[in-house]
Design a protein around this ligand. Sequence first.
Ligand code: ZN
Length: 339
Amino acid sequence: MFRSMSSRSFGKSKPSTPTKPEEDRKELVFNDEAAFDAACRDLKSSLKKSGSLDMSHIVKVLHNKKDVHDLIEEHFPGAMTGADILAKVAPVIEKYGLTDDNTLFAQSCCPDEINHEDGDTPDLFAKHLGEVFHMGGLAGIPFTGKTGFAAFSHHVPEEGHAFIFMAPHIGLSESNKLGKYSRIGQSEEGGACGAVVGALNHCMCNKPLPDFAEAGDDAQMCYIIHQINKNKERILAEKEKSENAMQAMAARVAHDVGRDMLNRICTMDFGDDNTQLMVLTGIQINMPKPFDGFFQPITFHIRNKKGEVKDLFQEAFGGEVRRGFQPSISTRHLNAGAF
Ligand SMILES: [Zn+2]
């Protein structure tokens, strides 16, 4: 925990600003390491460039990072950095006997380059578990389908296991707008996930739905538009709260669409009698620099060859399950504690 203190200056020869009366100082309480890390990186970078920092700037940056973190906690409760996610999931992976030698890792993430940076959740899991099979297409939906899963599962080591990480993504721009991202070298903020935002715009403008039969060159986007359209009322209902709330709901819908497809295509027709399939799903959040990428876990379970499914969410993340919304029908079959 960090509390802001006085108004001195750090650095070389710049004179310190006059000390403000105690009552003018706004208390700032930090309880998140990621926000504090981001503030420190930002301040170090400014100090290098300008040679000095006055305390009012330091406090401003701390407030800014706290605001960013509060916004994420409001719309994606329980979200944390990829490193924190891995720290919580790795002991569970180990407990159930999955290792980088006996487990094949698959990820279903949007191809957008901002999802595949060093330190992002998929990158950390890939490094932890070894080689990566890519199941995903636009919006992180596992568009490689039943054929992709069959290929992946038949690449699993004999007597081994499989781990799937599936996540759509949503950007947070430097102006704190969800569904947008400030990309390097671009002056304007752009959509992220572009496919989800594009599909939502298509539906909000009441454009005709694309025909699957004629969408061969853009089949994934056609599917996403149809799925967003099916959930249009649920998404637009959030607009009354705020634009950010609406974009957050669109990301949740994308998660449910991807997770439902994953549940339809996964089987246990691979490996031997002791083979297990572990699946972690959630929403990847592309944070404004210099924050590390965040991830909101939503489902985490393991299946065995007897057809049993165990919910691992509480075991990994503990405490109250803060998914922020009800799981859709495809996870209600989960038989917690079955094995
Ligand atoms: Zn995307």
